[in-house]
Design a protein around this ligand. Structure first.
Ligand code: MF3
Ligand code: CO
Length: 257
């Protein structure tokens, strides 16, 4: 990472510290997830970890959100609220974590298989994760936000899936959500230009069925309209002179998926 502006170096370093806590929390969740575990237990573990590192959970209290983690199971896309629900073998669990440290936020997510999952779910997870990795290669100074979304959209459609349009990735920094919005669709060359020093939260959300969604009565949980499953992967990255540095390096691997 070559950065000439010292204030950008400070921003990058502070965000890397916040992001490291997010990654640590997601790694802990990935190790803990198993049939029988309650989503509320994951929330409690993560909140304790974040606070023990001197950080604050970014999501708790954000627009009234009641927890430190979002846990979205199967047809739940994002913003599922942790609680007494027990995971069962065959579920897929999307976990989203944010941490605030030193004046900056980190934000990341991943979708974890619970026990043995069916082949469609495994493919959905593989495609969504691969689309995040492809999207991150497009996060270069001089590229456009449409370059990022278009690669996610193309990969989803080629797999026979659809991208969620009601939620987007986002700039991130001193606030959890900053400009620009980063849709998971678009055209190459369209949208705002990405610049060195930008911090971006890139987060493909891909449904196995239709892109249509609905929000449950808790006013948070977004689910697929048709009940199909959904996967979500997210990294916070910092754009330097030569591409994006991942600031939330969770290291969960699905070699057997
Ligand atoms: N990664 C999600 C987002 O960027 C998490 C926000 S959950 C909320 O929207 F509770 F904070 F809203
Ligand atoms: Co986000």
């Amino acid at each position: 990472m070559i950065l000439k502006d010292p204030s950008l170096v400070k921003k990058r370093d502070a965000m890397a510290a916040a992001g490291a806590i997010v990654a640590e929390a997601l790694n802990l969740v990935a190790r803990t997830v198993a049939p029988g575990v309650r989503t509320g237990e994951l929330d409690a573990m993560v909140e304790e970890l974040i606070r023990s590192r001197g950080a604050l959970p970014s999501f708790k209290g954000y627009n009234g959100y009641p927890a430190s983690v979002c846990t979205s199971v199967n047809d739940e896309i994002v913003h599922g609220i942790p609680g007494p629900r027990r995971l069962v073998s065959g579920d897929i669990l999307s976990v989203d974590v944010g941490a605030f440290l030193g004046g900056y936020h980190g934000d990341a997510a991943l979708t974890i298989p619970v026990g043995d999952i069916d082949e469609l779910s495994a493919r959905l997870i593989r495609v969504t994760r691969a689309s995040l990795e492809a999207a991150l290669t497009r996060c270069r100074a001089g590229n456009h936000i449409g370059d990022v979304g278009s690669v996610v959209q193309t990969m989803a459609l080629e797999a026979g899936f659809q991208v969620v349009r009601d939620f987007t990735g986002h700039g991130i920094g001193r606030r959890l959500h900053e400009r620009p919005q980063i849709p998971n669709y678009g055209r190459p060359g369209a949208g705002p230009v990405i610049r060195s020093g930008d911090a971006l939260a890139v987060e493909p959300m891909i449904n196995a069925g239709t892109m249509a969604i609905k929000i449950l009565e808790d006013n948070w949980t977004a689910v697929t309209y048709d009940g199909s499953r959904s996967a979500h992967f997210e990294h916070t990255v910092f754009v330097g002179e030569r591409g994006a540095e991942i600031l939330t390096p969770w290291d969960w691997r699905w070699d057997d998926l």
